[in-house]
Design a protein around this ligand. Structure first.
Ligand SMILES: [Fe+2]
Length: 432
């Protein structure tokens, strides 16, 4: 047997003295083809800007990006490099794990919203409980006063829609910065050079290997634990695992299928008001364990199942601008009610998910279609609503957009706060 050389001994010593988790981290970071810690299991998903993606970009989207001088020469979209993506769950948890100052713009607004509403050609509620369309205003031209009033309108109505918009990505980002702290995601694709301008483009992910099809796109609505969520087709609220979760969130679509590709939102104020007064009393003050969509490795069990980032937030929250209570749960990311047995927690949470998902009178379904050459914006309060998309276009027709998320306050529950129906003086049925 040959003796080990000095060089070989040195290399063995190096391996021995580097901890296992550091070796794993190094392995994950240096092998970009490994799917470890990737939320979307797409073998061909690139890191950095994707030269192949540019070829798939719809014409209308490309035009919008180029008009705003976005550099597409290296590729599109830009996917954070392996070296930047957290490997371990503690690394992901540490992102924004500190107090961020937050100005609640809706709180400073004129409650009558005169500057915004008087400038619009038409303001139309789409349903009684959620969703309003504003016609005749360009989001790119709003004054600060109008932005404050729009924030309040979004917070009262859950979601506000603007069709026929000319909205450059940088303007969308600026608007988001006005309403809160920009969320910059460690994993999701973004517009090149504009972190925080998240690309929402499921047909791209599908073409790069994500398994989403007509049959499986709704599996998660039957059993999220067993079947998982493919491409956000399950009811959810974005980014609930953040220390200061998402507030006002703005999706602008610049490529819209001729038919389909709708999105549905549901009101959390109304979901709370659907409950009996006894149930409300029971839930007020309770806390829930919420988790991230993306999963990472556990240092103590690196070869085990990847784990999501977890945090504890109130189950019933008080909105800082409207002062109304809302139900802060969703099927995708709320895992457990603190203090209950797992069985009790499952039964109650599943009921609360159903309240959101099955009461169609507290939902709005929106079709994004605008006139040719224009895009459509939906701006919603990611605190007091849930949403989901509809994959009926099956990726055959492009649906592309950019999303900017403004992070809001640390969630709280004020026992003195009222429900929306109480505050508005609407009838509340008391159970016998
Ligand atoms: Fe979402």
């Amino acid at each position: 047997m040959s003796e080990t050389t000095v060089a070989e001994r040195k290399s063995i010593e190096q391996i021995v003295h580097v901890s296992i988790d550091a070796q794993i981290e190094n392995l994950v970071r240096s092998h970009k083809d490994l799917n470890i810690t990737r939320a979307v299991k797409a073998p061909s998903l690139a890191t950095g800007a994707d030269p192949e993606g540019v070829k798939l970009l719809p014409k209308s989207s490309k035009k919008r990006l180029e008009n705003d001088h976005i550099d597409l020469s290296k590729g599109y979209p830009e996917i954070p490099d392996r070296s930047e993506i957290p490997v371990f769950v503690d690394q992901a948890h540490a992102i924004r794990d500190y107090d961020m100052p937050y100005i609640e713009r809706g709180k400073n607004a004129d409650p009558e919203k005169k500057a915004l509403l008087s400038a619009a050609k038409e303001v139309k509620d789409l349903t009684t409980h959620i969703g309003t369309v504003i016609v005749g205003l360009q989001l790119a031209d709003l004054t600060d006063k109008q932005k404050d009033e729009l924030a309040l309108l979004i917070e009262e109505r859950g979601v506000v829609f603007f069709k026929n918009q000319k909205l450059p990505p940088r303007k969308q980002r600026e608007l988001g910065e006005y309403w809160g702290n920009l969320e910059v995601h460690p994993q999701t694709p973004h517009v090149p050079g504009l972190p925080g301008e998240t690309v929402i483009w499921n047909d791209y992910l599908q073409k790069r290997g994500m398994n989403i099809n007509f049959k499986n796109c709704n599996y998660g609505n039957f059993d999220i634990v067993r079947y998982g969520s493919v491409g956000n087709q399950v009811w959810h609220t974005d980014l609930v695992h953040e220390r200061q979760p998402a507030g006002i969130t703005h999706l602008h679509l610049d490529a819209i299928p001729e038919v389909g590709g709708d999105t549905i939102w549901a009101s959390g104020y109304a979901a709370y008001d659907k409950l009996s007064e006894e149930m409300k009393k029971f839930l007020d003050g309770k806390k829930v364990v919420v988790v991230s969509y993306h999963k990472y490795l556990d240092r103590k069990d690196p070869f085990g199942e990847p784990k999501p980032v977890g945090r504890i937030h109130p189950l019933v929250r008080t909105h800082p601008a409207t002062g109304w209570k809302f139900l802060f749960v969703n099927r995708s990311m709320t895992k457990r009610i603190v203090g209950l047995t797992p069985v009790e927690s499952d039964v109650i949470l599943n009921y609360l998910f159903d309240v959101y998902e099955k009461n169609v009178d507290i939902q709005v379904r929106f079709n994004w279609k605008s006139d040719p050459g224009y895009g459509t914006s939906a701006i919603w309060d990611n605190r007091s609503t849930q949403h989901r998309t509809i994959w009926d276009h099956e990726g055959r027709i492009s649906r592309h957009g950019t999303r900017v998320t403004s992070l809001a306050e640390i969630p709280y529950f004020d026992p003195k706060s009222r429900s929306q129906r109480e505050a508005l003086g609407l009838p509340i049925t008391k159970e016998a």
